[in-house]
Write a protein that binds this ligand. Structure first.
Ligand code: FES
Ligand code: FES
Length: 165
């Protein structure tokens, strides 16, 4: 998408733990910054109007629709995208649970769901199903019917003392 406002501004923020300083067009969204300027394509543009959750990232630990936030608002803040989720080797436990429970089909919704789940578990490591449903209620999936997604999140959210591993 071409930015309408071409005035430039400088922002400094943390992106997936890396200190980052950028000159950006002042009118662009965080999603445009990530995909078109930084080249991180994990966050997806589904609706562009805050309805689908495909663009979800964490800003200061909270799940945010990056299509609705201006990049200028990132100044001084901490951003985590799906690219920052994986450890240097292997998968994050949330990613592993999505694979184990077959919660991914086309995968378009998956980065947003992973980040909404991460934000939930950062705040509440053992959420009940009501809390899980609430946390991902803004993430739409056209493929799975949601049952496998809920199972995956319940798998990673369960107390360490319970169930199989
Ligand atoms: S693209 Fe941001 S909520 Fe749909
Ligand atoms: S897996 Fe296709 S939209 Fe969710």
């Amino acid at each position: 998408m071409t930015p309408m406002n071409t005035a430039k501004l400088s922002i400094t923020f943390t992106l997936n733990t890396k200190p980052t300083k950028l000159e950006i067009p002042s009118g662009i969204t965080v999603l445009e910054l990530l995909r078109d300027i930084v080249g991180l394509k994990g966050a997806k543009e589904g609706c562009g109007i805050g309805e689908c959750g495909a663009c979800t990232i964490q800003v200061d630990g909270k799940a945010v629709n990056s299509c609705l936030m201006l990049a200028a608002q990132l100044d001084g803040r901490e951003v985590c995208t799906v690219e920052g989720l994986s450890p240097s080797e292997g998968l994050h436990p949330i990613q592993a649970a999505f694979l184990k429970k077959h919660a991914v089909q086309c995968g378009f919704c998956t980065p947003g769901l992973l980040m909404s789940t991460k934000a939930l578990l950062d705040e509440n490591p053992n959420p009940d199903s009501e809390a899980i449903t609430k946390a991902v209620s803004g993430n739409l999936c056209r493929c799975t019917g949601y049952q496998q997604i809920m199972s995956a999140i319940e798998e990673v959210a369960k107390p360490c003392s319970g169930g199989d591993s």
